[in-house]
Design a protein around this ligand. Structure first.
Ligand code: TMP
Length: 254
């Protein structure tokens, strides 16, 4: 196997140069962090599950015409994606009050919101990803007004589709975070969905019991983190063949 050049290492993923120009290999680690890296841990098997769950959700989104960076899964922990210029925003969509919204505004967790809310955070670890408004985004040139419109419209389409998809398997999509990138096809630039969609980046509550099935189990020390991620995959009908014994996946190949 040829050596791949590592381009970027984040908290939960590593990006390598892809086999063809304009592609990248996205490797999913088992590492977990919370509260901007203050809490760290390893959730064994998380990378395998997130790779598979993100593949599934991005594929379904592609099918309904939401453009994404996902090309194909390569193995248990890696997927081939389109190389994009990441827009430095974390786009959060909320349907139910939880997490920072509840803390900041004193709204009890679990309160259904009268309409979905889209929030923007500036993607900058040193600053702790501060919340920003469209004024900041355009003033500092992170995205243009038409790009913001496109991002909002895509984020709400993703929300509508994923809310229904999860509802169908007994899960409430409370909130989630998306990242977008600029992708060039010749002279044409398109905004496409990038990064991942997984229990690391979503709040997923069991519809019947309100049990948390996402990274809040790690953030709040609730235990059974990998089991919850596995249950999400099981309900989506995509548990890796071979079941839990396959969860570790291969060691990182370089
Ligand atoms: P928050 O309530 O902490 O602002 O999180 C909102 C949603 O965004 C939640 O589903 C978790 C996700 N999220 C990330 O994916 N990455 C992050 O760094 C943060 C803070 C939240």
């Amino acid at each position: 196997m040829s050596r791949r050049r590592q381009l970027y290492e984040g908290k939960a993923k590593v990006l390598f140069e892809g086999p063809e120009p304009g592609t990248l290999v996205q490797y999913f680690k088992d590492d977990a962090t919370a509260f901007n890296n203050q809490k760290r841990g390893v959730i064994t098997g998380k990378g395998v599950l997130n790779n598979r769950i993100s593949e599934y959700l991005m594929t379904r989104l592609n099918e309904i015409g939401v453009p994404t960076h996902f090309l194909r899964r390569l193995n248990m922990r890696e997927q081939l994606v389109k190389e994009v210029e990441i827009i430095p925003l974390e786009v959060v969509v909320r349907n139910v009050a939880a997490g920072s919204l509840s803390t900041r505004l004193g709204i009890q967790e679990g309160t259904a919101l009268p309409r979905s809310i889209v929030e923007f955070y500036y993607k900058n670890d040193q600053l702790g990803d501060p919340m920003v408004t469209e004024e900041h985004i355009t003033c500092f040139g992170w995205a243009s007004p038409p790009e913001i419109d496109e991002i909002m419209s895509l984020a709400l389409r993703v929300n509508d589709f994923l809310s229904g998809l999860f509802l169908g398997v007994g899960i409430r999509l409370v909130d989630f975070k998306l990242e977008f990138g600029r992708y060039w096809e010749g002279e044409e630039m398109r905004i496409i969905l990038a990064d991942e969609i997984s229990p690391d980046s979503c709040r997923l509550w069991d519809l019947a019991t309100n049990d948390k099935m996402d990274k809040d189990r790690f953030r709040r020390d609730l235990g059974n983190v990998a089991e919850a991620y596995q249950e999400v995959a099981r309900r989506l009908g995509i548990l890796p063949e071979g079941g839990p014994r396959d969860m570790k996946g291969p060691a990182i190949m370089q």
